[in-house]
Design a protein around this ligand. Sequence first.
Ligand code: FAD
Length: 331
Amino acid sequence: MELFKPLNLDKVIQNKEIENVENIKCLIIGSGPAGYTAAIYASRANLKPLLYTGLEMGGQLTTTTEVDNYPGYPAGVTGPVMMEDFKKQAERFGAEIRFGIVTDVDFSGKKYKVTIDDKKIIIADAVIIATGATAKYLGLESETKYAGMGVSACATCDGFFYKGKDVAVVGGGDTAAEEATYLAGLCRKVYLIVRRNELRASKVMQDKVIATKNIEILWEHQTIDLFGENGVEGVTLIKKKGTTNEEIVKIKIDGFFLAIGHKPNTDVFKKYIETDKVGYIKTVPGTSKTNIAGVFAAGDVQDPHYRQAITAAGSGCMAAIDAERYLSELK
Ligand SMILES: Cc1cc2nc3c(=O)[nH]c(=O)nc-3n(C[C@H](O)[C@H](O)[C@H](O)COP(=O)(O)OP(=O)(O)OC[C@H]3O[C@@H](n4cnc5c(N)ncnc54)[C@H](O)[C@@H]3O)c2cc1C
């Protein structure tokens, strides 16, 4: 009789790994408007989608209190409520929604291998990437303190709240020029805070900014702090930093808009998926198709231009339809 049977660790580990491998039709990565909309369409097309939410369940909108421009909510809605509605609608048709972060991908084979939280493996026939793009901030403590109370990284989203008021925009590129011109149409005065003594924006955008009467460019200024009792009331700047003419300047404003760029959340996909120089996923125009057949991209992660909930949702719908067509051709 064998009294002691040593444990075959290799087998245990192998079995554990096998338990941790799941084969599915359609994987959706990200739980913003793009991911949830893709989940609604994919589940209704019987693709039995599995969606991983990432760290920010519900996406960027969960950080805002007022969404007034999403059709279907005539009285407006808070971001968290709206995203909960999206989630419920996807679940209603059978989409499975799990918390987890994609930590690695292998898109080299015919099926796509995606690692979740460094341990679980999903093998999917089609993948929809909807991981969004994160706005860059200056890194000031006061930006966090006044988040949603005068600090914004989206003029299209929040400009309306500053109608007739004075605001500042930080940045010197095309986005800053566009945001400043957009806000100039709504606000009384727009200060454009530019670190250098020139704009990086295209000549056309520069001309537009300069020709707009209520935009004042503050050349060679850098933001050091924001102040205010119950929200932003002003900004403290340093002018000509490091020169003999260095000077501290305080300006009264009601809103402070960051326009120093976004970081698309694509690092984990870059080994396989083509991106532009900023990191946005390149898609075939008019579709959600990436350079890899069966891998689709939707929402802000592939959109350097619009970055709105409605455009993200629209492209999530496109990605699910593209995935359904791809999968039906595989059969
Ligand atoms: C403060 C604020 C206010 C806004 N207000 C408005 C507004 O009023 N109206 C409007 O139309 N738009 C607004 N926007 C813009 C809008 O939020 C975005 O355009 C929209 O959320 C983009 O949707 P998305 O699905 O592409 O990505 P996101 O909403 O950014 O969602 C990305 C998702 O991907 C997940 N993710 C990222 N990396 C991984 C990973 N490795 N693994 C798994 N998951 C991952 C995240 O957890 C998240 O769930 C606002 C944005 C902000 C920041």
